[in-house]
Design a protein. Structure first.
Length: 472
């Protein structure tokens, strides 16, 4: 009798606890203070943002208020693992801090996919957070929000496609857009910047130029695992392509430069790269009467670091590579790609490559974790993790940014080997297989790899009318 009574009380306690946590979470979810971290988006879409704050941010934004039981042994480990996984797949904070028209295509693709599947929030989360299930109304609001963002993006980007009606672009609703034939620039700055880009006087020993590590005849990089700087020194990371860098949200693998102007100054004073000082560089350039005259004509002033960086950046804006077979396909030419490449494009979307490689450059807009499903660094030869392997974490010091890197552009990818931030992969075939394994948790078949490689080969564009793989 006592045992039966004890079991009854024990069962009641279990039920009470089982109900208490969801009830507490319901109260917390509906009363949690919402930090206004995304003011541009909030002003434009208050209802959509309110839904995401209530039902998405707990896992997809760092440092959101946690429930009282979060520090408890067991609970902490389980919850933090779920949060780390969520932030690894989608961190809404940085992307949503932008103006609505500049939210990355890749992020829109991820959200649209889970809305259609009804897979978020996951059931195990909803079981403890009753208020977070997306209602039909929520889904409708977010779907309309996505549609509006795409329309805003189209209107903003229309300037890149003169003569094309923004409302009748064949690619308007695609997650990837064709590379525009040109980006608005100042011709005088471009001419000066081009001279500086190839000028070795910007390096300490006058042997290295920007083009040494970012050769236009080498896919915009140097085709080395890591670059060689002054004195034969080896850098710690692979040189990303300079082609189409204008479309990147931030520059460098870790995003430490906000734009091309800031990026242009980094290598000049980096001791492993160009190893100069600005006084050295200025003294050399000021001794060149033609250079002095050009700076006066372009900037109406003296030669100074800010003007040097600005001119180089202006030249780099011109390094766009339109008219790839895939671009022509997007514009309506069905014959521009062969059947294998078309199958690769369909596979690219269906298996999830498009989740990160969207937008004009097919990359460059978000930071993603290297080794999302498996430990890339443990499997890498030697298994040693270096400082640069920390990626975005080196800039933000946010734990969820550890091992995250700016997604590289896939434009001209067949010409910009070796691959990944460490330059450890030399062929597209191997790169595709590793991405399938580490980023998609999928072991791609030989047929799938061949189709994806065929598609990637269709991304080689033209620079100044010449195919990138034929530049001399």
């Amino acid at each position: 009798m006592v045992k039966k009574e004890w079991l009854t009380w024990a069962g009641a306690a279990v039920v009470a606890v089982g109900v208490m946590f969801p009830l507490y979470n319901y109260w917390l979810d509906t009363n949690r203070t919402r930090t206004p971290i995304i003011s541009p988006m909030q002003r434009a879409y208050p209802e959509a943002v309110a839904i995401m704050q209530a039902k998405c941010f707990a896992c997809h934004v760092p440092d959101v208020e946690k429930p009282w039981y979060y520090p408890l042994p067991g609970a902490h480990q389980v919850m933090q693992a779920d949060i780390d996984e969520a932030l690894g797949k989608l961190n809404m904070e940085e992307a949503f801090g932008r103006e609505p028209a500049s939210v990355p295509d890749s992020m829109l693709v991820k959200i649209e996919k889970v809305l259609k599947k009804g897979s978020m929030p996951p059931l195990k989360y909803v079981a403890l957070h009753w208020s977070t299930r997306l209602s039909d109304h929520d889904t409708a609001v977010l779907t309309q929000w996505l549609s509006d963002l795409k329309a805003r993006k189209a209107e903003t980007m229309a300037v890149w496609y003169p003569g094309v009606d923004v409302n009748h672009m064949t690619w308007r609703n695609q997650p990837v857009w064709p590379v525009p034939t040109r980006v608005p620039t100042d011709p005088k700055k471009v001419a000066l910047g081009q001279r500086l880009y190839f000028d070795t006087r910007l390096s300490g020993d006058m042997t290295v130029s920007c083009a040494s590590c970012h050769g236009l005849n080498k896919g915009g990089g140097d085709r080395l695992a890591t670059s060689t700087g002054i004195g034969g020194q080896k850098g710690p990371i692979n040189a990303p392509t300079v082609f189409n860098a204008v479309f990147n949200h931030k520059q460098f693998w870790d995003g430490r430069a906000a734009d091309l102007v800031e990026q242009a100054g980094g290598p000049v004073t980096n001791p492993l790269e160009m190893g100069a000082t600005w006084p050295q560089v200025l003294t050399r350039l000021k001794a060149d009467s033609q250079m002095v005259a050009e700076f006066k004509a372009v900037y109406n002033g003296a030669i100074e670091p800010a003007h040097i960086q600005d001119a180089i950046a202006e030249f780099e804006k011109t390094l766009v590579t339109p008219d790839a077979p895939f671009d022509r396909f997007l514009k309506g030419d069905a014959s521009a790609m062969n059947d294998k490449a078309k199958a690769g494009w369909a596979l690219f979307k269906s298996v999830g490559c498009i989740n990160c490689h969207g937008g004009v450059a097919m990359g460059g807009n978000t930071f993603e974790r290297m080794g999302l499903y498996h430990d890339y660094f443990a499997d890498r030869a030697g298994g040693k993790v270096t400082d640069v392997d920390m990626g975005r974490y080196n800039v933000t010091k946010v734990e969820s940014d550890r091992h995250k890197f700016k997604v590289p552009t896939l434009r001209n990818v067949a010409t910009s080997y070796p691959y990944f931030h460490d330059g450890q992969v030399t062929t597209l075939d191997e790169a595709v297989r590793k991405m399938g394994h580490y980023q998609l948790d999928r072991e791609l078949t030989d047929k799938e790899v061949a189709e994806l490689v065929a598609f990637l080969q269709s991304l080689t564009g033209h620079y100044m009318g010449t195919p990138v793989d034929q530049l001399k």
